[in-house]
Design a protein around this ligand. Structure first.
Ligand SMILES: Cc1cc2nc3c(=O)[nH]c(=O)nc-3n(C[C@H](O)[C@H](O)[C@H](O)COP(=O)(O)O)c2cc1C
Length: 208
């Protein structure tokens, strides 16, 4: 009897810990998630080396743990850190946009990032672009929390779909049928600390 009482007691205590949501009483300045969100900025200048693949693996896992409609996980991702392929794409890009290469900071068409994630959405599922956006933000924030800079990129995705030769490289990435490149994210070790761009707080209104 004594044994069952103590077993019951243990179960009660355990379930209390397991079922109680984590209370975060820390104020904004001490909250690591808020700190990461509020300090993140798009980075467009990086150190030359690609992001360590183990670190990229963590970033990708954070990405696929994003909320997504009916857990269909309607996204596909390819990670590129091969300098030759990045260079080849950049040559094609510069042919069409010669002025951009004149900038002394220009290294490549992915805003100079040495590692790029290509994110494709399922064109047959309406929520897929939303899911991809949420996944992208998880990647960007987890990267920033580990000192990795990033920049979400729509322009390079558009270019790779429009340019015939770049499109051949895109095809070799092997996205499934019905998947369409939506955006890229450039990652790298930052070589700049951009200032925050102002945000319009009036965009948000509380309803009475
Ligand atoms: C969907 C999307 C597409 C973007 N495309 C580009 C792009 O092609 N080139 C670029 O330099 N930045 C791009 N950005 C980055 C935005 O310019 C940047 O997030 C915005 O100016 C706010 O600055 P912040 O990220 O530093 O807060 C893109 C961002 C998003 C969300």
């Amino acid at each position: 009897m004594k044994f069952f009482k103590s077993l019951l007691c243990t179960i009660c205590v355990c379930s209390l810990f397991c079922c109680t949501p984590i209370q975060n009483n820390k104020n904004d300045e001490e909250n690591a998630v808020i700190e990461t969100i509020m300090t993140r900025r798009s980075v467009r200048k990086y150190q030359p080396q690609a992001v360590n693949r183990d670190t990229m693996q963590v970033i990708m896992e954070c990405g696929i743990n994003a909320p997504n409609a009916i857990n269909r996980q309607a996204w596909e991702v390819r990670v590129l850190d091969n300098p030759e392929t990045i260079q080849r794409l950049t040559e094609l890009y510069v042919k069409e946009n010669p002025k951009e290469a004149e900038n002394t900071n220009f290294r490549n068409m992915f805003r100079n990032a040495p590692t790029i994630a290509f994110i494709a959405n399922d064109t047959t599922f309406a929520y897929s672009p939303v899911d991809c956006g949420l996944m992208a933000e998880n990647m960007i924030l987890s990267a920033w929390s580990m000192g990795i800079g990033s920049c979400c990129l729509g322009g390079p995705a558009r270019f790779m779909k429009a340019n015939l030769e770049a499109n051949e490289i895109l095809k070799q990435m092997g996205f499934s049928e019905n998947y369409d490149l939506l955006l890229c994210i450039g990652f790298g070790y930052p070589a700049e600390t951009p200032a925050a761009k102002p945000r319009e707080v009036t965009k948000v209104k509380f309803l009475d």
